[in-house]
Design a protein around this ligand. Structure first.
Ligand code: 6PG
Length: 244
């Protein structure tokens, strides 16, 4: 079941998402002792991470994971880990952190992360919260249109061969699969900017075409909330949105 909440801008949607994340994390910690939270990459979540730093997250009970990672070292400017380290891990001194090792051989790094997920959370590795972004082409995590990972139905984490201008051309990415993202208890998409408007409308309102719009692969998750700004929501016609 998905719901769409629209906000005037990135700051407002990030504030709302961060406040709900605190609630979800506290509930997971109370019920199961731990909140397994998978962070998204790219630029959108930086605002949310900055706000999250100021809110009463139960950090001692939170285990950080990633939805995807670029095949670069953790100090590289493109590293999703690096951005989270700058905004959350280093300022807060977080230690329960499971980094995707983008600097290692991709297939081995994916297999190692998959093993770490299952050994830490269980099989299936049900994340409590998966934060997701949306690319202007409809990708999420590193599940890009037409890429091999879209059919990795038996895996939780794979190395994905990507060829997209949104990924800087041909590259390898580490990514949770749609199977892993769909298994999460709560999926939260953060989408901002006019450049995402077409993809958001196609994913939410267009015909089922997950090869072309991979974010549709996550539609089967049990609880999805889209936090979007007005610019990204501009092409939505039939979706019932909660305006805030
Ligand atoms: C990544 C992300 C990716 C991202 C979208 C949106 O590693 O790039 O995980 O899925 O969420 O590409 O990126 P922006 O937030 O930068 O628009």
């Amino acid at each position: 079941m998905a719901s769409v909440h629209t906000y005037p801008d990135l700051e407002a949607l990030s504030q709302a998402a961060a406040e709900e994340l605190v609630t979800l994390a506290r509930a997971a910690a109370a019920e199961r002792g731990t909140c397994h939270l998978a962070l998204s990459g790219g630029s959108t979540p930086r605002t949310l991470f900055r706000i999250l730093r100021t809110l009463p997250m139960p950090w001692p009970d939170v285990e950080l994971w990633w939805g995807d990672e670029r095949t670069v070292p953790p100090d590289h400017r493109d590293s999703n880990y690096r951005m989270a380290a700058e905004e959350l891990i280093e300022p807060l001194g977080l230690t329960r952190v499971h980094r995707m090792r983008g600097e290692e051989i991709p297939d081995a790094a994916a297999a190692a992360y998959e093993h770490e997920l299952v050994m830490t959370i269980g099989d299936p590795p049900v994340l409590d919260v998966a934060l997701q972004g949306l690319g202007a082409d409809g990708h999420t995590a590193s599940l890009f249109p037409g890429s091999p990972a879209l059919t990795a139905t038996e895996r939780w984490v794979v190395a994905n061969q990507v060829d997209s201008p949104l990924a800087g051309g041909k590259t390898m990415r580490l990514t949770l699969t749609a199977r892993a993202l769909t298994a999460a208890r709560h999926v939260r998409f953060l989408v901002a900017g006019a450049d995402k408007a077409h993809a958001l409308a196609a994913v939410l309102e267009g015909p089922r075409d997950s090869e072309r719009y991979p974010a549709q692969l996550v539609a089967g998750a049990r609880d999805i909330v889209w936090y979007v700004d007005a610019a990204a929501a501009a092409q939505l016609r039939t979706t019932e949105v909660v305006r805030t």
